[in-house]
Design a protein around this ligand. Structure first.
Ligand code: EPU
Length: 420
């Protein structure tokens, strides 16, 4: 198992490029199932989660190959094995995004139930409800979602989500594009990744209005053509790099990010005292002195993203004062707190709220990553801590960051990966 070793205390300086968004690439790859033929997807990050979905698509009978740069070529056959097995799904919950496209195109699907994960229970009831409203018959048998469409083809429906769910909205969209008639989805997730999926689907010939808004209308079409799409940039990776610049009191340009997708985060970085500036093709961040305390509450987009909560907590941990952080999306997303405390952070958690009393500096120690964003937070903490921080279980980090150490080292960070 790899680990990452960081010697803290170097202000980061220079320019770093952002990769494509994991959470946009995954549904786009799944959307290829909607059309037979040769698909081309650009700006796909080379990540463990992307490779997992590639394995699932291959298991079904697709050909998935990486081309030049960050391009992925997919060949989707006329008939395939509409099953996502437990061995693959259990390593990545997002595998559930194959359910909508399989039902839409083949009228049947067998997808392992994802189960809970480190950050919370994460049920998929909304996915199943919306597909049911479109005419799917769904049972859970032997740990699998067994779904079929008795009349062969899904039908358009009106549906209001009980809560905003990102992959739930994506599954509904991918199901509705090939359904008979019109679908109206309300209380949809408004994340930029949902809008990007809608754009990819429209490029295949789908008729979606309002992707990225709370109400989405889909006029079903009888077939789609293969996809040609470039995935948007990863706003969470960009945010993580911005925090790194601010935290180390550095001066970093993050190239290729989309500031419009990051408004709530940029607001909180400014509140923490970071100096942000739009530059051609990206954002420049400078950290001057100790961060200021912040108050933040995670919320569905355009609110503050839960996927940046752990990283912002590191900034709060060394702020000049006390910060209050409230996590409203996942019930168990504070596992980085215990590890940050090992580095000297003063954090107490009461239910959904963490009170973070800033200390002048963290002190390096061996720590253990528990989930993807928690690992990123621990690497950030190491960048600022005195002495050496050793982050173990880096496979969590590799699920969602393309070799983070190779992005930070050219900025001056003393960071290296050690393969066991
Ligand atoms: N929820 C339900 N029922 C459902 C679906 C969701 O109760 O049927 C609840 C969840 O348990 C959670 C909330 O609704 O409390 C929101 O979950 P959502 O469905 O939006 O999450 P997701 O689609 O499973 C995506 C990202 C996550 C990100 C969340 C929230 C992908 C592949 N994953 O997950 O990304 O945290 O949205 O923004 O898009 C990450 O990249 O580190 C990551 C965890």
């Amino acid at each position: 198992m790899d680990k990452i070793i960081v010697e803290g205390g170097v202000p980061l300086r220079g320019t770093v490029a952002v990769s494509g968004a994991k959470n946009a690439a995954l549904p786009a790859l799944a959307a290829s199932l909607l059309a037979e033929g040769d698909h081309v997807l650009h700006n796909v990050p080379d990540l463990a989660d992307v490779r997992t979905l590639g394995r699932i698509l291959r298991h079904m009978g697709c050909v998935v190959e990486r081309g030049e740069g960050r391009t992925v070529h997919l060949r989707v056959p006329a008939a395939l094995n509409a099953e996502a097995p437990y061995d693959l799904v259990r390593t990545m919950r997002a595998s559930v995004v194959v359910l909508g496209p399989l039902l839409a195109r083949f009228g049947r699907a067998r997808v392992s139930l994802p189960g809970g994960c480190a950050i919370g229970a994460r049920p998929i009831d909304q996915h199943l409800k919306v597909l049911g409203a479109m005419g799917a018959e769904i049972t859970i048998e032997h740990g699998y979602v067994e779904a079929k469409v008795p009349r062969g083809r899904l039908r358009g429906a009106e549906f209001v989500f009980d809560l905003q769910t990102v992959t739930g909205t994506e599954n509904a969209l991918m199901a509705a594009v090939l359904a008979d008639g019109e679908t109206v989805l309300r209380n949809c997730a408004r994340e930029p990744e949902v809008a990007d999926l809608a754009a990819a689907l429209n490029g295949m010939g789908a008729r979606i209005e309002g992707g990225g808004r709370a109400e989405i209308r889909v006029h079903g079409v009888s077939s789609l053509r293969p996809m040609r799409h470039a995935v948007i940039s990863d706003r969470i990776e960009a945010g993580t790099l911005l925090v790194a610049g601010a935290l180390t009191r550095g001066d970093v340009v993050v190239q290729g990010c989309e500031p419009d997708h990051m408004a709530a985060l940029l607001e909180k970085l400014r509140e923490a005292g970071a100096v942000l500036e739009l530059v051609p093709g990206g954002l420049r961040v400078r950290g001057e002195g100790r961060p200021k305390p912040i108050s933040l509450r995670t919320a569905p987009h355009p609110g503050f993203p839960t996927d940046m909560q752990a990283q912002m907590m590191v900034l709060a941990a060394v702020a000049d004062g006390s910060s209050v952080i409230t996590e409203t999306i996942f019930e168990n997303r504070y596992m980085h707190v215990l590890e940050l405390r090992r580095l000297g952070a003063e954090i107490t958690v009461d239910g959904k709220t963490a009170l973070v009393k800033g200390v002048p500096r963290l002190s390096g120690a061996p720590v253990m990553a528990s989930d993807l964003r928690a690992s990123a937070a621990l690497v950030l903490a190491g960048l600022d801590a005195s002495g050496q921080t050793e982050v173990q279980r880096v496979y969590h980090l590799d699920r969602g960051y393309e070799r983070l150490e190779e992005k930070l080292a050219p900025l001056g960070a003393r960071i290296r990966r050690v393969s066991a």
